[in-house]
Design a protein around this ligand. Structure first.
Ligand code: ITT
Ligand code: MG
Length: 216
């Protein structure tokens, strides 16, 4: 039987990438939409680690299943590492991807140094608190205009010199080979048997929330 893991994210782009890169492994990845409503997690950590753990452990605790959360963001050299953990709210509390892209282009208008890195921390937590942590990082250059239609978030601005394309010009598989998230997921994939054993050994078998979906 496949191990159920709840993906603790509301981001559809991340969900697509994580599902695609972990397909074929003996896990059944559920969405938050497979369960009844649960409160929003407040992402007030100072690091990607803090926020990834917060999202994963909160969700695991509430639903009674192991949960996987991704906290990620763009760190721009000329902006002293900003927006970093604030990447989702760069242009304001309810900013869309388009708002964030627009603001980034404006902020970097007169900057010659356009080096940036994407960072990703993925936490896998069980309801009683313990968690495993994986991370990945990749380097690129911020373009002067949005290029490409694939991906999500800042992808149209993130030029990856080795492939001579922005992340928004890559397929999910191509992006996953080199991206921050792809690197963290590769570590997870390589350790999948150990992770499943760890969940099985450490997680108490108590009451779980009802899961509506069967969309593995
Ligand atoms: O917290 P969850 O529900 O997972 O979804 P979120 O979109 O709020 O995700 P984060 O808090 O981790 O914020 C990440 C921000 O960085 C952006 N980002 C992260 N990974 C990215 C990627 O691979 N490509 C483009 N943008 C990315 C993303 O669009 C968000 O604005
Ligand atoms: Mg978030």
């Amino acid at each position: 039987m496949k191990q159920i893991i709840v993906l603790a994210t509301r981001n559809k782009g991340k969900t697509r990438e994580i599902r695609e890169l972990l397909k074929g492994y003996p896990i059944d990845i559920k969405n938050l939409d497979d369960f009844g409503p649960i409160p929003e997690v407040i992402e007030d950590g100072e690091t990607f680690d803090d926020n990834a753990y917060k999202k994963a452990s909160f969700t695991a605790k509430i639903l009674g299943y192991p949960a996987m959360a991704d906290d990620s963001g763009l760190c721009v050299e000329a902006l002293d590492g900003a927006p970093g953990v604030y990447s989702a709210r760069y242009a304001g509390e309810n900013a869309t991807d388009a708002d964030n892209v627009k603001k980034m282009l404006e902020e970097l208008k007169d900057k010659d140094n356009r080096k940036a890195s994407f960072k990703c921390v993925i936490s896998i937590a069980i309801p009683t608190g313990p968690a495993l942590t994986y991370e990945g990082e990749c380097q690129g250059v911020i373009t002067k205009e949005a290029v490409g239609d694939n991906g999500f978030g800042y992808d149209p601005l993130f030029f990856y010199p080795e492939l001579n394309k922005t992340f928004a010009q890559l397929t999910i598989q191509e992006k996953g080979q080199v991206s921050h998230r792809g690197k963290a997921l590769k570590e997870i994939a390589d350790e999948m048997d150990k992770i499943i054993d760890w969940i099985d050994i450490t997680m108490p078998k108590f009451q779980r929330a009802e899961c509506k979906g069967n969309n593995s």
